[in-house]
Write a protein that binds this ligand. Structure first.
Ligand code: PLP
Length: 453
């Protein structure tokens, strides 16, 4: 514990006179270890996210191009920044209506009524939250009793697990089948979904477009999910934060538009991804009144309200023209192509994607050539030897004995120059493979991803 504290850059040792430092740290360390027993058991149910661990590791190896976390390099559109600045200047700096500024909820209702196919009442159906993360958490907090099961698809976005288990629920994962040469799309297996349902299942938690696979769930997929929800009287929570990020003319369909689903679906989206505004922490849920009433209550006591100035900017965001979304998609399609080509050349064989801004690469052959055992070793090798950071696929899925392929996820919400720089570094990997290089212990020396958890 003491070592951890000394190494922790957030603990500012400069503030303590030299001769007192070791004592102060020792006492702090001792107090800290006594405090361990005070921590709620639920905390240890969850290991820290590897996504953030990759970023911490990348910082230890200066010059690493970090393609781990999905943090956009671009700023939000200028009109939205101006709207946020104007809000700060014009007195929008206090708590807002806890469920969201009424004009913002009206703007959300106006945009989503045609998208979801019913007349959304801003008072009855909309709650504004602090990001999709809080929206999903508040929704689960409103629904889950001890022992209730939440079914979700794997690979999965790793923030969902704590949101389920900290609310006393249990996760059940249904694997999506990864693309093969014969079936180049991630496939939903409806039989596996049906088999995962038990009398304790209460919620299906869906994400489309999907992080990390890039799958966009088709109408047929959604109809199969809807049939299961209706048959077993389940609630659906759908995380649609990447709803505007689609490639190659793919169409996003909301689960709520499938007949019989708007009555049981909590649709979630937000500003983070569609407007490159992950730091603004604004999102929303659209759900039937009874569910919305419950979410309004949990949201109120968890966060009180979302940031006021950025909700004001959100009003403007809801009015962005179609041309904005087209340019946004084109921008990311170009970045996807740059990264895809660099990864493919280096032997990190990318899987086809349809939406969101991540590429999953099949690194099975590459690991074999380099003599690396798994995605953890490969992640360490890529950071330490090549200078490019991605996230191990095992962060997103349970090992599958029938498909032992090794995956690694790279995000391309970065500047083109950054992606090209990654491409330059990956050329080195290509060379090593061509030379028949085998990774050595010294390539993996020093702190690795597992030390960052
Ligand atoms: N949902 C998914 C699928 C994500 O990939 C992310 C972030 O990467 C989030 C939610 C986080 O959304 P927010 O920033 O609105 O909390």
């Amino acid at each position: 514990m003491l070592i951890t504290l000394v190494n922790n850059s957030r603990f500012n040792t400069n503030a303590i006179p030299q001769q007192l430092q070791s004592n102060a740290l020792l006492q702090f360390g001792q107090r800290q270890s006594k405090l361990d027993s005070k921590i709620a058991q639920r905390v240890s149910l969850v290991t820290p996210s590897m996504i953030r661990a990759v970023s911490r590791l990348a910082e230890k190896y200066p010059g690493t191009v970090n393609l781990g976390q999905g943090t956009p390099a671009d700023d939000p559109p200028k009109v939205l920044i101006q709207a946020a600045k104007a809000a700060l200047d014009n007195g929008h700096n206090q708590y807002t209506n806890v469920w969201g500024i009424p004009e913002f909820r009206q703007a959300i209702a106006k945009k989503y009524s045609p998208k979801l196919g019913f007349a959304i009442n801003p008072e009855e159906h909309v709650t504004v939250t602090c990001g999709v993360t809080e929206a999903v958490f508040s929704a689960l907090y409103a629904l889950i009793n001890k022992g209730d099961e939440v079914v979700m698809f794997e690979p999965r976005y790793d923030n969902y697990l704590p949101a389920v288990v900290w609310n006393g629920g249990k996760t059940k994962y249904v694997p999506l089948l990864p693309p093969t040469d014969k079936t180049p799309r991630w496939q939903l297996d409806a039989q596996k979904l049906e088999a995962a349902i038990t009398p304790k299942t209460k919620v299906i938690l869906l994400n489309s477009p999907h992080n990390p696979s890039g799958k966009v769930f088709t109408k047929q997929d959604l109809e199969q999910i809807a049939a299961v929800c209706k048959k077993h009287d389940l609630i659906a929570i759908t995380d649609e934060v990447y709803e505007h990020l689609l490639f190659d003319h793919k169409k996003h369909i909301s689960l709520a538009t499938i007949p019989g689903m708007k009555e049981r679906t909590i649709t979630v989206s937000g500003l983070s991804k569609a407007y490159d505004a992950t730091g603004w922490r604004v999102a929303w849920t659209v759900a039937p009144k009874v569910l919305t009433d419950a979410i309004k209550k949990t949201h109120d006591f968890i966060t009180l309200c979302a940031p006021g100035p950025f909700q004001q900017a959100g009003i403007q965001a809801m009015a962005m023209p179609g041309s904005y979304y087209q340019a946004y998609r084109n921008k990311y399609a170009e970045r996807r192509d740059v990264l895809k080509s660099a990864l493919d050349k280096a032997g990190l064989k990318t899987l086809p994607i349809e939406g969101a801004y991540y590429l999953m690469a099949d690194a099975t052959a590459l690991c074999k050539k380099l003599g690396l055992k798994n995605d953890i070793e490969l992640t360490d090798f890529l950071i330490k030897k090549i200078g490019v950071a991605g996230v191990p696929g095992s962060n997103f899925m349970t090992p599958n004995p029938q498909d032992a392929r090794i995956f690694i996820r790279f995000s391309f919400c970065k500047k083109i120059e950054t992606l090209k720089e990654a491409g330059q570094k990956l050329l080195q990997l290509q060379k090593l493979v061509q030379q028949g290089y085998k990774a050595t212990a010294s390539d993996l020396k020093g702190p690795g991803i597992l030390d960052m958890l």
